[in-house]
Design a protein around this ligand. Structure first.
Ligand code: ADP
Length: 216
């Protein structure tokens, strides 16, 4: 359960679990509590009641840094990239931008190329982030999480900013993550996406889980 300072109970006795290699969709109308739930998993908010367990261990997440350390990655609706840096620099440096030496740069490009290839994601590591279309910027955010070895990947309405073709590509990429054992939590209210690839669908309404189901 989670109450905001206003006293509003954004989540009430919500139970949610998933396993490695699963793709779980959180859906429900705006204000249902979806973001609040994933922000707790990412350490941005703390639950008022209840607990979070990751890989069998009860955790008290002090913040995103701790969540990342435990393998949780999150791709926000608003990207947190440094526009004047390259793709490789953004992936390697994350939230502490600085200039890379020539040798570090070469290494970064190699690592990011390998990571992108492994997951079948099209990006140019040398491109400046500011020159990239939205879909490619999103891939950089995802690579950032994977580079930090996220095996629980949260995507908060990732398709809201994408074209239908980019959406199809993203769904395909995410299927690949799940096949590689990554647990993917995906927020959307577009039914087409849910039905295409979900293992599990959780429907939230007014801070409560009102349905746990499968596409079938
Ligand atoms: P969803 O992601 O399903 O749209 P949210 O988790 O963002 O839902 O919001 C759930 C409820 O909590 C909404 O009524 C929203 O107005 C409220 N809420 C969200 N964030 C805050 C906040 N930081 N402070 C106060 N109320 C908030």
């Amino acid at each position: 359960s989670k109450r905001y300072d206003s006293g509003y109970e954004a989540l009430s006795d919500v139970s949610f679990h998933m396993g490695a290699g699963e793709m779980a969709f959180l859906t429900g109308r705006s204000g249902a509590g979806k973001s609040t739930l994933v922000k707790m998993i990412y350490g941005l908010y703390r639950p008022d009641e209840g607990e979070i367990r990751i890989k069998g261990e009860t955790v008290r997440l002090s913040g995103p840094r701790e969540a990342i350390r435990r393998g949780v990655g999150m791709v926000h609706q608003h990207f947190q990239l440094v526009p004047v840096f390259t793709v490789a620099e953004n992936v390697i440096l994350g939230n502490e931008p600085r200039k890379l030496s020539f040798i570090e740069k070469r290494k970064a490009i190699k690592e990011v190329t390998a990571l992108a290839e492994k997951h079948g994601m099209a990006v140019d590591p040398k491109a400046l982030v500011r020159d990239l279309p939205v879909g490619a910027q999103q891939r950089v955010e995802i690579l950032k999480a994977l580079y930090r070895q996220a095996d629980i990947l949260i995507m908060d309405e990732p398709t809201a900013v994408l074209t239908p073709q980019e959406t199809d590509e993203l769904l395909k990429t995410m299927k690949g993550f799940a096949a590689n054992g990554v647990a993917v939590i995906f927020i959307t209210h577009k039914l087409r996406e849910v039905l295409a690839i979900a293992d599990k669908i959780e429907v939230l309404r007014s801070g409560k889980v009102v349905g746990t189901t499968t596409p079938a």
